[in-house]
Design a protein around this ligand. Structure first.
Ligand SMILES: O=P(O)(O)OC[C@H]1O[C@](O)(CO)[C@@H](O)[C@@H]1O
Length: 534
């Protein structure tokens, strides 16, 4: 562990039981000084124990990030274990020139983007039809990065939908595809098979099911399939016409792929122009990340707040709490983005990390979460740093009063987490209810809130394609900064491999075939499953 980490930990220890409220009392400018904004986004990190000393040390920690950031944007092969460049940013900065191995990759990116626009437009205006007429429904079949990004964004931007209905199927559980296809007309449905590798077992199994479903009603099922993939040899083998295949290069990681072909379903739902506005929001965040000094750089500050809470303070998890029902899938999206990227145990050079890597990320939209798990956040023994996300304006002018109530709840939660309620305050409350003596004492202790629980708030004007682009790119770069500081390769995901391999080896067991090498518990469970299936 380097000196700077030690100094940060010492600093935290020296803070002892310092309260966040004391920081506000000592610094009348704290609220403004710790509310950093760019492009209409405000990141308020004042309700944390990051004081001036911690802030200076954290910024020192971030110093080496710039070189790695510049290497990423320049197309260097920073994904070393896969020997790949990391250039999802090229998908949203369409005017530029990006050299990979001496070749400008942008003409091909722009050409694919134009083809996507043409295809989406044809679907939306009826220029492309199904065998039963105009396409009414689009089903995106994909998993992980080939599902979570477009599913999250399509839901987030529902006020902007004016194209065919868009549905998502991801789970290999047949219940998923059965529920989605039920009620759809194969003759007016387009199926998009989204898979970077075009080998993922869940996706290929669901795609096969969809093809059979389609074949029952239409003469040429393949004509109503499109593919989004880097493996164009496999899409051809599978029978999808190259005219409806939208490719991307291996330098776009699955969980970073929403900006290109994997975003086709979103483009179909909201139209190419609004999709471009989503890209513009992401590109604006890229410029900010590249140009803003560290002390005003939103991705860097989000990352430093994360590092402070997880690696320095030792809080094991982080809750993402969007006060926006349309961001319901954002926590799941961020789980993949953050945990698949930074959930590693070795550093880039293969040595074991001497610090914890990324935290567990979880969450649900407010106010629903308030009536479920906030009890633990307020009074449980574990401290859970909370990340609130809030839009000042909703999309329902007739329901503005409900939006104000939503905002009030969000602000109240962060205030309550920080302030808490002392035993004396709890006693006064009980006294006001007429309690006295032992009964008052017995009841009061349950009404105590320790407070001093940290939170940050990301405030936007309104959730639009542009602001969603800013937010997604902000989180991507935050993950990058955290990974760079920890010395992690945030762009591989070897940890998903072992389970995939073993699933293939377990399958014969379920069929009652001999399969050597399994442990007694797995053998027993497989036997019980066989019995229960009859
Ligand atoms: O797009 P593909 O190749 O089907 O992969 C789907 C997902 O599977 C993973 O490779 C592993 O879960 C993810 O990184 C990826 O997003």
């Amino acid at each position: 562990m380097t000196d700077i980490w030690t100094r940060l930990k010492d600093h935290r220890n020296a803070q002892g039981d310092l309260r966040i409220e004391t920081l506000f009392a000592e610094d009348p400018d704290r609220a403004a000084a710790y509310a950093t904004s760019d492009g209409g986004l405000v990141f308020d990190w004042s309700k944390t124990l990051i004081d001036a000393g911690a802030r200076a040390l954290l910024l020192e920690l971030a110093r080496p990030v710039a070189a790695r950031r510049d290497a990423m944007f320049a197309g260097a092969r920073i994904n070393e274990t896969e020997n790949r460049a990391v250039l999802h940013t090229a998908l949203r900065n369409l005017d530029g020139k990006v050299m990979v191995d001496g070749r400008d990759v942008m003409p091909a990116v722009r050409a694919t983007h134009e083809r996507m626009r043409d295809f989406a437009t044809a679907l939306r205006d009826g220029g492309f039809t199904g065998q039963g007429g105009r396409i009414t429904d689009v089903v995106n079949i994909g998993i992980g990065g080939s599902d979570l990004g477009p599913a999250m964004a399509t839901r987030a931007l529902s006020p902007f939908h004016d194209g065919p209905r868009v549905h998502f199927v991801s789970n290999v559980d047949g219940a998923d595809i059965a529920d989605v296809l039920r009620g759809l007309d194969p003759a007016t449905t387009l199926v998009i098979v989204a898979s970077k590798t075009f080998t993922t077992i869940e996706t290929m199994t669901n795609a096969e099911t969809a093809r059979k479903w389609m074949a029952r009603q239409v003469t040429d099922p393949a004509a109503q399939f499109a593919a989004l993939s880097s493996a164009q040899d496999r899409t051809a083998e599978w029978g999808i016409d190259a005219a409806r295949v939208f490719g991307f290069e291996d330098w776009v990681g699955g969980r970073y792929s929403l900006w290109g072909p994997i975003g086709l379903s979103l483009m179909i739902a909201i139209g190419p122009d609004l999709f471009d506005s989503f890209l513009a929001g992401g590109a604006a965040m890229d410029r900010h990340f590249r140009d803003a000094p560290a002390e005003r750089n939103l991705p860097i500050l989000l990352a430093l707040a994360g590092i402070w809470h997880h690696q320095i303070c030792g809080h094991a998890t982080r809750a993402v709490l969007p006060y926006d029902n349309r961001l319901a899938r954002l926590p799941a999206y961020l789980q993949q983005l953050e945990m698949e990227s930074n959930g590693k145990r070795v550093a880039m050079d293969g040595r074991e990390l001497d610090l914890p890597s990324g935290p567990v990320v979880w969450g649900e939209p407010g106010t629903n979460g308030q009536h479920a798990f906030y009890q633990l956040i307020h009074q449980g023994t574990a401290v859970v740093p909370c990340e609130f996300i809030l839009a000042a304006r909703g999309h329902e002018p007739d329901l503005a009063h409900q939006h104000l109530l939503l905002i009030a709840n969000c602000l109240a939660q962060s205030e309550a987490l920080m302030r808490g309620r002392s035993l004396d305050e709890a006693r006064a409350l009980m006294r006001a209810k007429g309690l006295t003596g032992d009964e008052l004492e017995r009841q009061a202790c349950h009404r105590v809130f320790p407070g001093n629980r940290p939170s940050t708030t990301l405030l936007i004007g309104q959730l639009t394609p542009y602001t969603l682009g800013q937010i997604v790119a902000l989180y991507e770069h935050r993950v990058f900064v955290e990974g760079a500081i920890l010395g992690i390769n945030s762009f591989d995901q070897w940890g998903v491999e072992l389970g995939k391999e073993l699933a293939l080896q377990v399958a014969p067991l379920l069929a009652g075939e001999p399969a050597p090498g399994h442990d007694p518990s797995t053998l027993n469970l497989a036997r019980l499953v066989r019995e229960l299936r009859g």
